[in-house]
Write a protein that binds this ligand. Structure first.
Ligand code: DX5
Ligand code: ZN
Length: 221
């Protein structure tokens, strides 16, 4: 089977003054747009909220992938579902995860759970059959441009093994410090979607970068 890696650029690394142009630059080659929502409580940073998300939705029909780095995400699920195609909550922020995931699906969105670097894969065993995606953080969430944590490769492998048994269609996403040097190894470990900020938006030609990143993901080592 041909492997078609997906890339969702994270606009956290984009220039917000010219956001429309930034989105145009990446959408020709990207598979969706990743929206990092930060509340300054769960993570030590604040990003952007509904006025920007609504503007993006009006601007493009692209797949919008929301990554909620906020406490009590249940409070905002309905509002996010008005604008985005997918909602990922952090394992560390939710008490009744099955209820939250079921609700996201009911609202018509794909449902994902994200794990901080210290949270083990085995915590997902029971919820995995209900998920469309798992987002493995390869940095501590909060900022763009951080150093990739090497133990992520093993974590992705473990998740792929578990998913093969109980949810083979699971989309395994990796977020943070992904670049041309690690994307091939992540793909061979079993990752299928790559969230990339700095290594796309901080480069001269984001269009070419995405193309090259996809090529690198296919050259599995
Ligand atoms: C970090 C965010 C990431 C981040 C990725 O908390 O979840 O999406 O913006 O950016 P890079 O690729 O720059 O590490
Ligand atoms: Zn993210």
């Amino acid at each position: 089977m041909i492997f078609l890696p997906k890339i969702y650029p994270s606009i956290l690394a984009a220039n917000f003054i010219t956001l429309g142009t930034e989105i145009d630059k990446v959408l020709k080659n990207a598979d969706g747009i990743h929206l990092d929502i930060m509340d300054g409580v769960f993570v030590p940073n604040i990003s952007f909220g509904f006025p920007i998300i609504e503007s993006i939705r009006k601007y493009t029909d692209a797949y919008l992938d929301a990554h909620l780095m906020i406490v009590e995400p249940d409070r905002y699920l309905e509002k996010f579902a008005m604008y985005v195609n997918s909602i990922t909550v952090h394992y560390e922020t939710v008490i009744h995860l099955h209820r939250t995931v079921t609700w996201i699906k009911k609202l018509g969105c794909d449902a994902g759970v994200s794990l901080n670097p210290h949270t083990p894969i085995f915590m997902l065993e029971e919820i995995l059959p209900f998920l469309d995606k798992v987002l493995i953080m390869s940095v501590n969430p909060g900022f763009t441009g951080q150093q990739f944590i090497e133990s992520t490769f093993e974590k992705v492998k473990k998740l792929r093994q578990l998913a093969n048994k109980i949810n083979p269609k699971l989309d395994i996403m990796v977020d943070g410090g992904v670049n041309k040097d690690n994307i091939g190894k992540l793909a061979s470990a079993g990752a299928t979607t790559f969230i990339i900020g700095a290594s796309i938006f901080h480069k001269e030609d984001p269009y070419v970068e995405i193309k090259e990143l996809k090529e690198a993901a296919k050259s599995i080592d």
